[in-house]
Ligand binder design. Structure first.
Ligand code: FES
Ligand SMILES: [Fe+2]
Length: 433
């Protein structure tokens, strides 16, 4: 076993944690296959028999809606000879799963339903009353405000304990709907990043990079925004989405990160999503009717830019965006990019989420493409012999710690990465924090 304390120090980490296959395998076993992993949203499975396949660490799983509307998460594996039962990423399986090899069938809760020529098993240990004949289920499944998680470990914290303060990601998203709920837009972008999963997680709360990496896009959008203003026109909100990336170092440094236990965190910052136009006024009025003015203002005015649920989830709740990582190899990471629709809001408010999805988070945008390039180049650098260590020294020793939560005094502090690696060490030493 690699000596983790030699690889991960409080202010720097060894490059091999981004490149080494054995360490990657250890991450899958000690982190992904133990902790709570996001599977999807209840609204992805509106009808009985609806399913979506999902990868938890190295395990292929199926999230399925069964009897009494209950959602279960099962291993995508036939107990006969191991063939995967669902070959598609989503669909409706009817009232049973049917194996494509020898037609064993299973109820939606995974219990075996039928075995062709079952008399052939008489007298063996593989009779239908043996649980080995049924599909294996994830040890635990739970949901929070419609977001479904599974844990492959029977022990460890509850979902709410695991989420801790980062549950604000889902509260903030749902509270922006007058009905208190969101529904998933059932298409996502899937992107394979040619870099270790940690690059993505570190980047999401890295407030120093936007004005460098996204400078060209931010400046160009800001130019158009100003020109429209000079002409007396109101620039559409999506220019603001992009021009913000070119904010000054000082502006980014003035925001704060909140770094919870277990590596979760928040990048604060009010996103200014309330232009004075009829659509916004109609939306705010609906919020006032639903919650009263005081509560509605609280929901609409939260200082949140981004919430991270370590080690795989990035949520931009004010714009209903969610990105989830499914690591494939030390240098390959699949990301799923989703967005949600606030229930009970005018179509124009939904379009703002769609703009952000397409303009910032889609792989076709200048923003996401710039990040992807950085991470690939980062991976290449760490695979080289040009150095051994990755530095997380920025503002080291300068953060404020209260009750296990680290508050950065500067938005650009690398407290985020230090906090993530503190959690990483806990997981990799065999605990399920
Ligand atoms: S492998 Fe599934 S029925 Fe044989
Ligand atoms: Fe970025």
């Amino acid at each position: 076993m690699v000596l983790l304390e030699k690889l991960v120090e409080p202010d720097r980490v060894h490059k091999s944690v981004y490149t080494d296959q054995a360490i990657f395998d250890g991450e899958m076993a000690n982190i992904w296959e133990k902790t709570w992993v996001y599977c999807g949203h209840e609204s992805q499975l509106p009808k009985t028999g609806d399913y979506a396949t999902v990868q938890i660490g190295r395990q292929p799983m199926i999230m399925v809606r069964g009897a009494h509307a209950r959602i279960r998460v099962l291993y995508n594996r036939c107990p006969h000879r191991g063939v995967q039962l669902c070959g598609n990423t989503k669909g409706n399986t009817g009232s049973t799963f049917v194996c494509s090899y020898h037609a064993w069938t299973f109820h939606l809760d995974g219990r075996v339903k039928g075995i062709p020529l079952s008399h052939g098993y008489a007298g063996t240990r593989m009779t239908p009353d043996n649980p080995d004949c049924s599909m294996k289920a994830a040890a635990r499944v739970d949901s929070y405000r419609g977001f479904v998680f599974a844990s492959l470990s029977a022990t460890g914290p509850s979902l709410l304990e695991f989420l801790g303060g980062a549950r604000i990601a889902f509260d903030d998203m749902c509270d922006r709907s007058p009905e208190g709920e969101v529904e998933i837009v059932p298409v996502c972008h899937r992107v394979v990043q040619h870099s270790n999963w940690k690059f993505f997680m570190e980047n999401q709360l890295d407030a120093l990079h936007p004005s460098v990496t996204h400078q060209s896009t931010g400046i160009a959008a800001g130019r158009v925004e100003r020109k429209l203003q000079e002409q007396g026109e109101k620039p559409p909100l999506y220019y603001h989405y992009l021009s913000t990336f070119a904010s000054s170092f000082d502006q980014w440094d003035s925001v704060q990160t909140v770094n919870f236990p277990r590596g979760h965190g928040i990048l604060k910052g009010y996103m200014g999503l309330r232009p004075d136009d009829p659509d916004t006024r109609e939306y705010v009025a609906a919020m006032y009717r639903a919650y009263g003015e005081k509560k509605a203002e609280e929901h609409l005015g939260r200082s949140i830019h981004h919430v991270l649920i370590y080690p795989y989830l990035s949520v931009q709740s004010p714009l209903q965006q969610l990105r989830v990582l499914r690591p494939v190899a030390p240098n390959r990471t699949l990301s799923e990019i989703w967005h949600f629709r606030l229930k009970g809001v005018p179509p124009a408010i939904y379009r703002r989420a769609l703009w952000y999805f397409n303009l910032v988070n889609s792989p076709a945008t200048m923003i996401n493409a710039d990040d992807l390039e950085n991470w690939t180049k980062g991976q290449w650098g760490l695979e080289s012999d040009g150095g051994e260590w990755v530095s997380f020294h920025r503002n080291y020793g300068g953060d404020t710690v209260e009750n296990g939560t680290t508050y950065s005094n500067n938005g650009t502090s690398e407290a985020v990465m230090r906090s993530q690696f503190a959690a990483w060490r806990q997981y990799m030493s065999g605990t399920n924090p």
